[in-house]
Design a protein around this ligand. Structure first.
Ligand SMILES: C[C@@H](N)C(=O)N[C@H](C)C(=O)O
Ligand SMILES: [Zn+2]
Length: 287
């Protein structure tokens, strides 16, 4: 994201609401699954209790987005292999959006506004545990290029932090950033991502990109290419209108766009402006 400002400091179809199932995350303990409910413990895929996991409670100001607005679609990419690393990311035990309450309430207000226009929001990433950021840092200097063709076809992954596509201290870990897009209502189905499927560049026309039931924003999500800069002049027509519609709705409720990424927004009045959290994304943190 050279030349743009830093992030604000502050096959079969699937249900429109469903994320691809998460396979076990690499921070999962290796002990066998239990058949007994374990209270504040859950499995990496969220489907069964896990005998060994102790989940710390979420800080007071954090909520599950679905408890504030269950109509916002959650397509939580980092809990699945369909992201730039090609693997579920540590810390995401479930495909669930967790945010600070004021950000969740702002999204609810935007959702109400957009529904009147025939659109809804779809989130890709919300609160991001620091251990996930740390994995991104390690990934940027390893040799794995399995997802290059889709997510950074023309970029060198060792430059992604320096060029502003990724942050070592991210507003996501403060619970006050969100990655999101628009969906035309009623939401269409989208095809599941299958690891190993042929990849197409995120900069390709929408009908050639990975399946996504969102509107056309001229690139896919997490497309590390200058075409993702929100105001890139090559983005015209429907895609320009879609980016502007998303920005208008979100700025009107107190969010600010990161100019390098059409999908990344930050709450302007953050409850935890200096704190970076590491509790896992896990329902047990909210019991
Ligand atoms: C990686 C991308 N989804 C993102 O959120 N980038 C910003 C810069 C961040 O990591 O905070
Ligand atoms: Zn982001």
């Amino acid at each position: 994201a050279c030349g743009v400002s830093e992030p604000p400091a502050s096959s079969p179809s699937v249900s429109p609401r469903a994320s691809a199932p998460a396979s076990p995350t690499s921070d999962a303990p290796s002990s066998p699954p239990s058949t007994q409910p374990q209270g504040r413990q859950s499995s990496p895929d969220g489907q069964r209790p896990h005998p060994a996991r102790k989940v710390p409670p979420a800080p007071d100001e954090f909520v599950r987005l679905r408890d504030v607005d269950a109509s916002i679609i959650e397509d939580m990419r980092y809990a699945t292999p369909h992201n730039f690393t090609g693997r579920p990311v540590p810390g995401y035990h479930e495909p669930m959006c967790v945010l600070t309450r004021p950000l969740a309430e702002a999204l609810h207000r935007a959702q109400q506004q957009l529904r009147g226009q025939g659109y809804g929001l779809k989130v890709y990433d919300c609160y991001r545990p620091q251990r996930a950021v740390d994995r991104f840092v390690a990934w940027a200097s390893d040799g794995d290029q399995r997802m290059k063709r889709e997510f950074y076809p023309d970029a060198d992954k060792s430059r992604l932090f320096a060029d502003g596509w990724l942050a070592e201290r991210s507003g996501h870990s403060r619970g006050s950033s969100v990655d999101l897009t628009l969906v035309r209502l009623p939401a269409a189905a989208q095809r599941d991502y299958v690891p190993g499927q042929p990849l197409t560049p995120c900069t390709a026309p929408q009908d050639r990109r990975a399946s996504d039931n969102s509107v056309d924003m001229a690139t896919g999500y997490d497309c590390f290419d200058s075409l993702s800069h929100t105001d890139d002049p090559r983005v015209t027509g429907a895609a320009r209108q879609n980016r502007d519609r998303l920005r208008d709705a979100l700025t009107s409720v107190g969010l600010e766009n990161y100019s390098a990424e059409w999908w990344h927004y930050n709450l302007t009045q953050e409850p935890y402006p200096d704190q970076y959290f590491d509790f896992p994304v896990d329902s047990a943190a909210f019991r």
